[in-house]
Design a protein around this ligand. Sequence first.
Ligand SMILES: C[S@@+](CC[C@H](N)C(=O)[O-])C[C@H]1O[C@@H](n2cnc3c(N)ncnc32)[C@H](O)[C@@H]1O
Length: 243
Amino acid sequence: MNIQNFPNSQPNQSIGETIVSDVIVNVCNDNVARRARVREHVNPLAKKYSTAIAPPIWEEVYGDWSQPLSLDIGCARGRYILQMSQLKPDWNFLGLEIREPLVDRCNQVRDELELKNLHYIFCNANVSLAGLLPKGSLQEVTVQFPDPWFKRRQQKRRTVQPDLVVTLAELLVPNASVLLQSDVFEVAEDMRQHFEVNDNFVNMAGAGSFADESVFPSHVPTERESSVISQGLPVYRAYFRRK
Ligand SMILES: C[S@@+](CC[C@H](N)C(=O)[O-])C[C@H]1O[C@@H](n2cnc3c(N)ncnc32)[C@H](O)[C@@H]1O
């Protein structure tokens, strides 16, 4: 059991003292509702997350695959793209999440709402993204409040790594948007620096600067973002464009 002292970790008293970093969610498999234990954080470098998944047939996933595609990496319960997909029905939305029960639940909600422009995939984005989508198929990517992994020896578990930025440079079309957010200054700065050192991206707020919330006019807050804002805590945002 990996118990990290992350700021968003809430001890879950209802499931006992030995599982303090897990949460219980309702999931549904084969039309049988059940409650499943979902780990609060998983180690993306663990062996079981090291195999790349095969891409689906995208034309069968979305009602209209020719629509612009927005990718949310680390979508958790998927509420952000659930809302965005309804606000922007002429776009497709894809969420990647490493905790499988959350993905099962997200896709069930998607089906119940009969949304044809929304899809969630269980995978390790750092392992699977490169082979998942055709080059030049993405118009937008968001990485919002990724797990912070504070300890220096664990920072290689963070989602935004140089290889991920290289992959995104291949997948994003020219002029595509990149929104990065965190309530942890050092994590936001780490993400911003990884994009700034890659020549394919330009920081719209100017090198070394964070952006204000007005940069993303159609943006709705993520679950973590709402929680942070309601506590009066700062959010650090960086906004890039693919050159
Ligand atoms: C702190 S949550 C933020 C959720 C959401 N973006 C928000 O702002 O409310 C970070 C999410 O990223 C997921 N995650 C972490 N590493 C990942 C990886 N390598 N691939 C896919 N998802 C990952 C975690 O399981 C978790 O659900």
